[in-house]
Design a protein around this ligand. Structure first.
Ligand code: NAD
Length: 294
């Protein structure tokens, strides 16, 4: 078992750190919000007073922060890379832009550390149940070291390639998700105008070529998929502002790399309207209300 520094104990990081504690690791936790640190301590972690203190004596460091700027500030500004022992493995799980992820890999290498970018899919429920999917970018050696640790927080750990490729996989996946959710919402609203029951369309399309996760598992109307947020007044789940963040990252990468992603651009624009309308904290499937006009 290892000593693990864990920085960013929010909605995702908190339960992920708890799963590392359950697996028998010693966890040194740090977050800017004291309540989050207190929760981790109640679960068995040691409180660290700073990011640098969290990495002190750790063999592995996990970061789970909001965006690229926070990751840069923790690893470089707050000195986590500098304070760690040579060869420490950094598992960077936040969803951030590919360019910053690659810059962090280079900084880690220059500081004599190993690093993987390892964003996750599966949401807060997956974080609590240790059923996340990890999409991992980095060298074969770094992946081999990260795999068992990620495996204690998730059900699938997939090596997507070199530095930044975990983030690349994450934004591609979530662009599919944003686009398919809007398509499913439009089809359900069209069905309403045609007098076709939601349940009937679900029964047919979930077994036809329209089948997809946004329909089958996360159906954006109450009824057909009982566990979907539509059955809970669209409480997240996966907040619309998070979806917008990921769609913007995909657009940024598409522009930088010259990929044509018109459906991804449309999805980003529609989620921008939804979030600007005050719905950022609504589950992303709640966009059906905007599409319906209510
Ligand atoms: P969150 O806001 O709940 O947690 C982030 C934590 O980082 C907060 O507790 C915050 O205080 C802390 N933090 C910020 N700056 C810090 C600093 N400089 N030093 C120490 N702590 C700092 O967010 P979350 O929902 O846990 O998401 C974390 C990441 O995971 C994001 O990149 C998000 O896109 C990604 N993600 C979230 C979900 C989800 O469903 N919530 C799903 C998949 C991926």
């Amino acid at each position: 078992m290892a000593t693990i520094g864990f920085i960013g104990l929010g909605n995702m990081g908190g339960p992920m750190a708890e799963n590392l504690l359950k697996a028998g690791h010693a966890v040194q936790g740090f977050d800017m919000v004291k309540d989050s640190v207190d929760r981790a301590v109640a679960a068995g972690a040691t409180a660290a007073a700073s990011a640098a203190a969290a990495v002190d004596g750790a063999e592995v460091v996990v970061t789970m922060l909001p965006a690229g700027s926070h990751v840069r500030s923790v690893l470089i500004g707050d000195g986590a890379l500098e304070a760690a022992a040579s060869g420490t493995l950094f598992i960077e799980c936040s969803t951030i832009d590919v360019a910053t992820a690659r810059e962090m890999h280079a900084a880690a290498e220059a500081a004599g550390m190993a690093m993987v970018d390892a964003p996750v899919s599966g949401g807060t429920a997956g974080a609590a149940a240790a059923t996340l999917t990890f999409m991992v970018g980095g060298t074969d050696d770094a992946f081999a070291r990260a795999q068992p640790v990620c495996g204690q927080m998730g059900k699938a750990v997939i090596h997507a390639g070199g530095a930044g490729n975990g983030q690349a996989a994450k934004i591609c996946n979530n662009m599919i998700l944003g686009v398919t959710m809007i398509g499913v919402c439009e089809a359900l609203v069209l069905a309403e105008t045609l007098g076709l029951d939601h349940q009937k369309l679900y029964d047919i399309s979930s077994q036809s070529s329209g089948s997809c996760w946004s329909l089958n598992t996360y159906c954006p109307v109450p009824g057909p998929a009982p566990a979907s947020p539509a059955n809970n007044d669209y409480k997240p789940g996966f907040a619309a502002e998070m979806m917008l963040k990921d769609l913007k990252l995909a657009q940024q990468a598409a522009q930088a790399g010259g990929a044509a992603t018109p459906m991804g651009a449309a999805a980003a624009a529609l989620y921008g309207l939804f979030v600007n309308g005050g719905k950022g904290q609504t589950d992303f499937s709640g966009i059906i209300r905007m599409i319906r006009g209510n």
